[in-house]
Design a protein around this ligand. Structure first.
Ligand code: ACO
Length: 190
């Protein structure tokens, strides 16, 4: 039985329809262990992660499947060739959009009951992480499709923005994906 890390219907059909012929976009599966880690080696040192360790972390994420969204693209041979992750951060403040509606509602009656409900909701921000496309698959817009699919999930689960950190050499790629420079990355390693 094939089970997915999160609900498959969160994958945008319109983004999936733009993939090369025979390629598919889907949520991560536990059985992706070796192929997922192999694709990630292009981005970082992965180390020797046993199936048991992988499996335990997969189960942990699956129990939080409204917060952890890891997706993959399979090629026409069924091999994982591109990966990406979205992690949802729930804030203790209202999103700019909700604030706008909230302020506006002082001067006019709300025409839509949904807006009243949304005012009670706190903001959510998407964090995009671990984007990687296998070396022999780059340049086919797979990276772009991964980002578009994660963006679509972020919007569906109520994020008002998504953010990411990247090296300068990838800035142009993310600009092509619609992101713009907004701040400076800092790190404190322990
Ligand atoms: N700089 C500028 N433009 C770029 C770059 C780049 N480094 N890479 C791709 N582009 C452009 C392409 O030319 C294309 O432009 P076009 O629409 O005008 O033709 C557009 O961006 C989309 O390119 P894709 O074909 O979707 O890119 P690809 O599938 O090759 O994926 C990626 C890009 C993810 C950066 C890939 O090269 C990769 O895996 N690199 C190694 C791992 C890595 O650095 N990942 C990002 C880490 S940052 C993070 O995870 C948040």
């Amino acid at each position: 039985m094939s089970t997915y890390l999160f609900a498959k219907d969160l994958i945008s059909p319109s983004v999936a329809s733009e993939l090369p012929k025979g390629y598919t976009l889907r949520p991560l599966q536990k059985s992706d262990h070796a192929e997922f880690l192999s694709v990630l080696t292009i981005l970082t040192k992965v180390g020797d992660i046993s199936f048991e360790t992988w499996s335990a972390r997969y189960d942990w994420m699956a129990a939080r499947n409204d917060e952890y969204f890891v997706i993959v693209i399979e090629n026409d041979l069924g091999k994982v060739v591109a990966v990406g992750s979205l992690i949802i951060e729930k804030k203790l403040l209202l999103s700019p959009l909700v604030l706008q509606v909230s302020l506006h509602s002082h001067t006019r009656a709300l025409s839509n009951g949904d807006e009243v409900d949304s005012i009670r909701n706190c903001a959510a921000v998407g964090h995009i992480e671990d984007i990687a496309v296998a070396a022999d698959q780059q340049g086919k817009k797979l990276g772009l499709r991964i980002i578009q699919a994660l963006d679509a999930i972020a919007q569906q689960v109520g994020c008002y923005k998504s953010i990411l950190d990247c090296s300068e050499k990838n800035q142009g790629f993310y600009e092509k994906c619609g992101f713009k420079l907004a701040g400076v990355q800092m790190a404190h390693y322990y």
